[in-house]
Design a protein around this ligand. Sequence first.
Ligand code: 13P
Ligand code: ZN
Length: 270
Amino acid sequence: MKDIFTAPFLEEMKRTTANMYRLGYDERNGGNISWMLDEAEVGEYLDLTNVLRTIPTGFDASALTGKIFIVTGTGKYFKNVETDPETNLGIIRIAKDGVTAELLWGYKDGGSFTSELPAHLMSHIARQSADPGNRIIMHCHPDYTLSLTGVHEMTERAVTRTLWKVMTESIVVFPEGVGVLPWMVCGTNEIGEATAEKMKDFRLVIWTLHGIYGCGKTMDEAFGLIETVEKAAKMYLLGAALPRINEITDDQLRAVAARFNLNYRKEFLD
Ligand code: 13P
Ligand code: ZN
């Protein structure tokens, strides 16, 4: 059996959480990540018959029975993952009953997975049908994206247009636009269901006055989506107090879409 502390997926979780913490995307215990791992790869590091304990999920995740995830712990700080991954992360497998998570490694202090597990697992289920290669669901609280939700009309069309029009690369990175939820209580099955519904159509979902969700086949894809939204929101807000003289027009967005052969959300343009 190989040493789990040398596993590439553990290294990547450590690098990513540390990076996001330093960017200010994840104050205190803010944010969470779940990554659907390959069973054969995890089996190189862990005895998959050794269940340390079971934890109820609180909802039916039977569509993910047998799937293994590495998930950040609830109440845990991203800044501490790097130095103590075994306390701040856990590796869980969804049991046959669909409502139990089997802990295979981690949460060493008796802890548990993120309170946002419903939004994560329900989004994994939604993304599996939209994109079977999807592996990552990522949630965080980046400054400008969060600030934007307090001062901007919160419809998907309005937010997407703003983000597309301040920065040319936006439509290239997220041609489907961004999904938007109104303010809701976090950590509930309800916000999980609403997020997953949006994840059928979008790889990005903004939670008003809370933060953002991104997803992807890889950590780079999920993080890259979020950092591009954050950059565009920043560009918008840095100029928000000044008269806006230039913005990318709808025709220019169409020209970018033609050049990069984008399957963009056409109803978001005039
Ligand atoms: P957890 O500490 O439970 O992951 O919650 C953090 C968070 O961002 C809630 O939305
Ligand atoms: Zn949050």
